[in-house]
Design a protein around this ligand. Structure first.
Ligand SMILES: [Zn+2]
Ligand SMILES: [Zn+2]
Length: 347
């Protein structure tokens, strides 16, 4: 079967390769992949950023997907053929200290689907059933493919932020995680503004507006005037930094109110800043990483009930047969969340 793989340790080098259809192990299910999304980390693999140097190549990428079980291993009792599922792609080892105390998302030995082993941009994938969750009947697989990135936002907002009804919230970065975080924060009761840069003006900020958010372009708009307007000059109660850019944190410090909270979700690299103003303002600096079972369950329900609008959010104009187009568009900010019809690879 064909799979889209990273094939060389250079920028680009993403090609369709032939791999064997896997046989499920005794605790695994074989899943026919239906739809799979393109994530910022997939774009990081495309560019071959340093975080991915550990990859053995070629590796089929893709970790945000939904599909249908077509076969189960001998010991599997919790799922059966015909079940539609999503996978939690960051797998804890089950035996380190963090896994033992229920912090699987920060496991010391985690392996990631589509990075450490073949991912979902291919016809079939074999997965331990402990990493699977059922998709409700009413939820289309194309929308269920949005559950994994939604769960990142759900964890950031529900588990790791103080966002409450009536709070003024700024989401910095209108990429996929930002737009999903914004929707969850609104569901949580926040009054949410989404901020981006010049490159976002073409597609991502208009998408945020279509999703019902007020937006700011930090390169074109007067941020101080906007803060005055949206927060009476007080500053935002909670600022989520999903930019993946070093300026995200310094901007968040400018925008958050004294006594407020900054939640770092994007992985921003390195910045230099004076931090005594944070101490004197008693800013709560909180990180949020990956997601867990409960975050997935909540995300399945928020997509099903429409509080996360998957249909508006996803972009189905791209094909895995011409994947470079999707990666180039993603890196240029001309799309936000490409979703591929993976059945094309089974034709
Ligand atoms: Zn992802
Ligand atoms: Zn572990």
């Amino acid at each position: 079967m064909r799979g889209l793989a990273k094939t060389e340790r250079t920028d680009g080098a993403m090609e369709l390769i032939d791999i064997d259809r896997p046989t499920p192990g005794s605790d695994e299910a074989l899943i026919e992949v239906e739809y799979a999304g393109l994530c910022g980390s997939d774009a990081g693999i495309y560019k071959f950023k340093s975080a991915f140097e550990r990859m053995n190549l070629p590796t089929v990428i893709g970790h945000e997907y939904a599909g249908t079980i077509v076969e189960v291993g001998d010991n599997v009792t919790d799922f059966e053929s015909g079940d539609r599922v999503v996978e939690r792609p960051i797998r804890g080892c089950g035996s380190c200290y963090q896994c033992k105390i229920g912090e699987e998302n920060v496991c010391q030995n985690a392996v990631i689907t589509g990075v450490d082993h073949h991912g979902a941009y291919t016809g079939y994938i074999a997965v331990p059933t402990r990493a699977l969750q059922s998709v409700p009947d009413e939820l289309p697989s194309k929308h269920a493919a949005m559950v994994e990135p939604t769960s990142i936002g759900a964890r950031a907002v529900i588990e790791n932020s103080r966002t409450s009804a009536g709070d003024r919230v700024l989401v910095a970065g209108p990429g996929p995680i930002g737009q999903l975080t914004a929707q969850v924060a609104r569901r949580q009761g926040g009054d949410v503004v989404v901020a981006g840069v010049g490159q976002d003006a073409e597609y991502r900020l208009p998408l945020a507006e279509e999703l019902g958010f007020e937006t700011l372009n930090v390169e074109a708009d007067d941020m101080e005037a906007a803060r005055e307007e949206h927060t009476d000059g007080v500053g935002y109660d909670v600022v989520f930094d999903t930019t993946g850019h070093p300026s995200g944190l310094t901007m968040a410090v400018d925008e958050v109110r004294k006594g407020g909270q900054i939640v770092l979700v994007g992985q921003t690299g390195e910045t230099t800043m004076e931090y005594s103003p944070l101490v004197r303002a008693e800013i709560d600096l909180q990180c949020s990483y990956a997601s867990m079972y409960e975050d997935f369950e909540r995300s399945l329900r928020m997509i099903e009930d429409g509080s996360v609008d998957a249909e508006t959010f996803l972009d189905d104009r791209y094909s895995l047969l011409e994947a470079d187009d999707a990666f180039h568009a993603f890196l240029a900010g001309e799309t936000c969340k490409p979703v591929f019809d993976v059945s094309e690879l089974r034709d």
